[in-house]
Design a protein around this ligand. Sequence first.
Ligand SMILES: Nc1nc2c(c(=O)[nH]1)N[C@H]1C(S)=C(S)[C@@H](COP(=O)(O)OP(=O)(O)OC[C@H]3O[C@@H](n4cnc5c(N)ncnc54)[C@H](O)[C@@H]3O)O[C@H]1N2
Ligand code: MOO
Length: 391
Amino acid sequence: MITVTEALDALFTLAAPLETEEVPLLSAAGRVLRADVVAGRDQPPFAASAMDGYAIAEAAPGESVKVIGESAAGHGFSGIVRAGEAVRIFTGAPMPAGATRVVIQEDVVRDGDRATLRTIDAATHVRAAGTDFTTGARMSAPRRIGPNDLALLAAMNAGHVRVTRRPRVALIATGDELVMPGELPGSDQIVASNTFGLHALLCELGAEPRMLPVARDDAAALGSVLGLVDDADLVITVGGASVGDHDLVATVAEERGLDRAFYKVAMRPGKPLMAGRLGAAMMIGLPGNPVSAMVCGHVFVAPVIRALLGLGAQPAPRRRAPLAQDLPANGPREHYMRARLGGSGLDVFERQDSALLTVLNEADALAIRPPHDPARRAGAELDYLPLRTGA
Ligand SMILES: Nc1nc2c(c(=O)[nH]1)N[C@H]1C(S)=C(S)[C@@H](COP(=O)(O)OP(=O)(O)OC[C@H]3O[C@@H](n4cnc5c(N)ncnc54)[C@H](O)[C@@H]3O)O[C@H]1N2
Ligand code: MOO
């Protein structure tokens, strides 16, 4: 068995960044920027008022000035403001030539075309041209485009951006026991859950998952579903990965040309993980136990999708927190333990059977025990993977 790090490295050698495409800015949220965006203008492009009030040249408190015009956002004042004059001005409007500051309207008494400046703040209430950014300012790729990025890209006047095309992922559940959610299971059947959790994870990561029909436990059925993967970049199978008589994924995929990179990883849950290249696609065979499949989703599938998107080949980011209780020594496999992060640290759940989705759903962290980690006392620091931070 190889280690989790070795398995990730093998996956990364199969996961080269995909090609890019240009998309309109409105479609860019959540996508990965792959070409730097350079501002073609200053922001603001002119000195602008930061407040509603009166733009003046230098004046003394108590002075009365003549209002000679107006500057509104989108409609500047074309004249010049001289001593003894003011221009009515609004937030975001261009400062008229000659004006050096804005007196906020709360500090002005207006009477016809006269304005008395009761007090004059130390602040000028003027935003100089280019205070936010100047021509040539750069947003660097690669970068996941979030809402704040999108606002800045729009301000930079980027109508289109170059992003990684979405990785196409074919999802295949395997097993005679499975029906789809909402269907009527027979007496020996259960409802397929893993591919649904993985589908959501893939969407969150910015991939384009496609759910293929459940492959029944015979070689011909599995072979024909594998024949449907089409132009997928990544094929994910779930189940049929272990050593039982009905665990056919490795055999059938190899018959179809799987060039296997590895099989079995020293981790818990998730031991019977396999991966390789299947024609033009990469393939990951996940174990069927529901929690094993989802844990492998977080530990392996998410970093692979980020690598395909051009975000770099990095393991899922870990954090550290103290343990809320004592833990016995760990065995030879890296153990990803469902836990809740509370005031006293990582509260590791008693029940860790990899069939228990309810326990996974209670968890907001996977506490990580390295192989052969000795017994730990409460308060000892442990790495963990956060489960509720988005992708
Ligand atoms: N003799 C051994 N038996 C097992 C070993 C072993 O080393 N020696 N490993 C165990 C471990 S660890 C795991 S994990 C499982 C993985 O088995 P498979 O990948 O072959 O998965 P299946 O046998 O097909 O299913 C296991 C379990 O999960 C349920 N399942 C499968 N697919 C889904 C799905 N899409 N949605 C919900 N549930 C699913 C399935 O019904 C089984 O209950 O093997 C152990 N055995
Ligand atoms: O390795 Mo299995 O994934 O423990 O349930």
